[in-house]
Write a protein that binds this ligand. Structure first.
Ligand SMILES: Nc1ncnc2c1ncn2[C@@H]1O[C@H](COP(=O)(O)OP(=O)(O)OP(=O)(O)O)[C@@H](O)[C@H]1O
Length: 250
């Protein structure tokens, strides 16, 4: 059931500012898996995700979604299949929260009724129903993050590419919104800095550092004392689903 890969990254290399930021990076995520991409600041996580959602051209390597190289996707099929939560979501000037959610469904073959129902449901889940007409550019950081997540929930893609989905969210909405995405059973690749949260949701995870792949496995396999020391420079490990951090290694 989980054997078909939905996301395949083979030997991806990306140079930015003249330096290799992603270096011969490979990863395969099976259909329906929730996969974490973890690592310290500057490891290259966002750059890998940017290549995945076609915002960054690789210098080398190939990326496939559902078996098809990225360059062969039509825009319409892409919109139906892939939803991305990005770090810099662009200007929301002049748009209401509802507009932002609706824009995410552009080009989807939906009736007006289906579109409205999806928008209403996504706003409800994200706790934004009462704020639907608020100007999106003026809301708090957490409300803006909820708006972007509601946009993806309404679009209901097959593949969720999420760059720090828990950013700015209070604890309740970190759990509510990630529970909702997990419940849908689609393919997810997400970056996290909160490793306890990552362990709670990820079936599998990859550690990267300096643009390179270090290890892939289950949270228990990956968040070990040795890997935490090598990749994150902290003493600690995953214990009973929670990260126990003793100290930074200086
Ligand atoms: N446009 C750019 N030009 C030059 N260097 C860049 C550019 N974008 C990113 N970088 C560098 O590439 C490296 C990887 O950045 P990236 O944003 O992928 O890291 P990250 O793992 O997502 O980090 P963080 O956890 O801090 O968000 C960093 O050293 C960053 O400074």
């Amino acid at each position: 059931m989980r054997s078909d890969p939905m996301i395949e990254i083979e030997n991806l290399s990306i140079k930015l500012g003249g330096l290799p930021r992603v270096d011969d990076f490979s990863l395969s995520v099976p259909k329906g898996a929730f996969h974490g991409l973890l690592g310290p600041n500057g490891a290259g996580k966002t750059t890998v995700l940017r290549a995945l959602y076609r915002a960054q051209k690789p210098d080398n390597g190939i990326v496939r979604i559902n078996g098809k190289p990225l360059s062969t996707w039509s825009q319409a099929a892409w919109m139906r299949t892939v939803g991305a939560l990005v770090q810099d979501g662009g200007s929301l000037q002049g748009l209401t929260i509802r507009d932002v959610v609706e824009i995410g469904m552009m080009n989807l073959p939906l009736s007006a009724g289906e579109r409205d129902a999806r928008i209403a449901e996504a706003l409800q889940i994200a706790g934004l129903a009462e704020m639907a007409q608020a100007e999106a550019a003026l809301v708090s950081g957490g409300e803006r993050q909820k708006t972007h997540i509601a946009q993806i929930l309404a679009r209901a893609p097959e593949v969720y590419i999420l760059d720090e989905p828990s950013n700015h969210l209070d604890l309740c909405y970190q759990i509510l919104l990630l529970d909702e995405i997990k419940r849908r059973g689609k393919t997810v690749i997400a970056t996290f800095h909160d490793l306890t949260l990552a362990a709670r949701y990820c079936d599998t995870m990859t550690l990267m550092r300096g643009g390179r792949h270090i290890v892939t496995g289950t949270p228990e396999d990956v968040l070990t004392q040795d890997n935490m020391a090598e990749v994150f420079r902290v003493k600690g490990q995953l214990e009973n689903g929670m990260m126990r951090i003793v100290s930074a290694i200086t």
